[in-house]
Design a protein around this ligand. Structure first.
Ligand SMILES: Nc1ncnc2c1ncn2[C@@H]1O[C@H](COP(=O)(O)OP(=O)(O)OP(=O)(O)O)[C@@H](O)[C@H]1O
Length: 467
């Protein structure tokens, strides 16, 4: 392909335009950056409250009763012990997904749910509250089970469970690979009493099979990041096997920010007769996350740009996503050699190392985290105001965009109405085409920032990040 003239069949900037190679590489010259950024600024007011936010959610109900949406947590008939926990967490008002989904989730008899809402909008609290309110605290046996794709997310959800359930007598257990030498209590003892379990599918399946986790009293089964958990190429088999072990009357609750159409079809079989929440594709990306790209000349230049970015700019807390573990290790090593303080997390580390790295990042003792897709979903660190896609997320072929992963990755910033910035590094025609496809798919502009004018970059980022 002649990369000096790339024709896009359609783009959000207008279809069929011819994009000229610029002086730095292959990529189009954005005529007036300032104008572009000003245009972005007018798209959505900053810090719009989530409750007031304009995105539309389509609700498909299993019964004909009018849709009840609450404005206060008190309207949900939760026990005073749960309300106390919620308020202590600083949750004064339910978010949109909580306001609409909780009345359906808490219904008696229970109904299944396939829930969707944008990243960082409070889906966790919706299913955690449901799990906690379904438990009979007098019965010391597993009653609520939540599966997640990563140990980091399982641990994070458990923190939310323990905060929310602080004033309840709930007994909890994490079903993730063990990272410590166990004390006197065996896993058998721990799980025999645990009422609410959060874990990853491999470990949960193992514990169910060995009857360490008893299943007969299970009342609610939750899949967080459900599209990922049902993915037939990945965790789908294990999730299905686990679901088949649950009692028939168990409530099935699925939540994610994304569902491809195939996965949604499968989800409706997995959770039959479910109330469904769905978002239009153009509503999927959070408006307070500004999306940029930097056109690098080649793979090596990407590293130079990264080094410059962290040398010349003051950046708060940030996550750099790469496609492979080896890249994470390599970039971390090179950044450290350049004097940057970075940490690195991927599936090749031991569980203890993973926990230490994540805990350090959450505490803020480390500001720059280099990682793979293992942390692309669900991780909630409110201070993260910049996400860098050092490698653009692509499918296994390495040529096509992985739209869902893109959305989840950039969703690690801009949590719960906060503003955030994402920067995509493009370095060849494939990565450029992929970024253009992503822009077109989500119908949200991805604006070029230069790699050679750091004053402009600083101005742009400072403006967005400090807002
Ligand atoms: N009602 C609320 N009031 C204030 N803060 C809230 C409320 N609900 C959730 N939050 C906070 O918002 C942040 C994002 O919530 P959460 O992690 O549940 O998002 P999510 O929708 O699950 O995102 P993702 O799709 O990335 O997993 C968390 O820090 C959470 O504590």
């Amino acid at each position: 392909m002649d990369i000096s003239e790339i024709t896009t069949s359609s783009s959000v900037n207008g279809g069929g335009e011819v994009l000229q190679m610029n002086e730095l590489g292959f990529f189009p010259n954005v005529e007036n950056l300032t104008a572009q950024i000003e245009k972005l600024d007018t798209q959505e007011p900053k810090h719009r409250s989530l409750l007031e936010s304009s995105y539309e959610v389509k609700v498909t109900r299993v019964d004909d009763e009018p849709l009840l949406s609450v404005t206060k947590f008190e309207e949900l008939n939760l026990g005073p012990d749960l309300l106390k926990g919620i308020y202590e967490m600083g949750f004064t008002t339910p978010s949109k997904i909580q306001a609409k989904a909780l009345p359906l989730l808490l219904k008696k008899p229970p109904q299944n749910m396939i829930g969707q809402s944008q990243s960082g909008t409070g889906k966790t609290a919706a299913f955690v509250l449901t799990m906690l309110s379904r438990i009979d605290f007098n019965l010391k046996s597993p009653q609520a089970l939540c599966l997640t794709p990563s140990r980091e997310l399982a641990r994070q959800i458990m923190v939310e469970v323990r905060k929310m359930g602080k004033y309840t007598p709930v007994i909890t257990a994490e079903a993730i690979r063990e990272s410590h030498i166990r004390g006197n209590r065996s896993r058998h003892e721990e799980f025999a009493e645990a009422q609410l379990i959060v874990g990853t599918p491999g470990t949960v399946y193992d514990l169910l099979k060995k009857h360490v986790i008893e299943k007969k009293h299970m009342k609610i089964f939750v899949l967080d990041e459900a599209d990922n958990m049902l993915d037939q190429q990945g965790l789908g088999d294990q999730s299905i096997r686990i679901k088949n072990m649950m009692p028939r009357e168990c409530q099935i609750v699925l939540f994610s920010a994304t569902y491809s159409s195939e996965v949604r079809t499968f989800a409706t079989r997995f959770a039959p007769n479910a109330n469904q929440f769905s978002l239009k594709v153009e509503e999927l990306s959070v408006k307070t996350i500004k999306q940029f790209y930097m056109d690098c000349k080649n793979e090596d230049h990407k590293f130079e740009v990264l080094d410059d970015l962290y040398t010349l700019l003051t950046i708060g807390q940030s996550i750099i996503f790469v496609q492979k573990r080896e890249t994470a290790d390599r970039i971390a090593k090179r950044m450290t050699e350049k004097g940057h303080k970075v940490i690195n997390l991927h599936g090749g580390l031991s569980t203890t190392e993973r926990d230490e790295v994540m805990d350090g990042f959450r505490k803020g003792s480390a500001k720059v985290l280099i990682t793979t897709n293992v942390l692309s979903r669900g991780i909630d660190v409110l201070q993260v105001n910049l996400v860098i896609n050092y490698d653009i997320p692509m499918d296994l072929s390495g040529r096509n965009p992985d739209y869902e992963t893109y959305l989840h990755r950039i969703g690690r910033t801009g949590r719960f109405g906060r503003s955030g910035v994402s920067i995509n590094f493009v370095h060849d025609p494939v990565s450029w085409e992929v970024v253009k496809s992503i822009e077109k798919h989500f119908q949200r502009e991805i604006v070029r920032v230069p790699t050679d004018d750091w004053d402009v970059v600083e101005k742009v980022l400072r403006k967005e990040v400090n807002n």
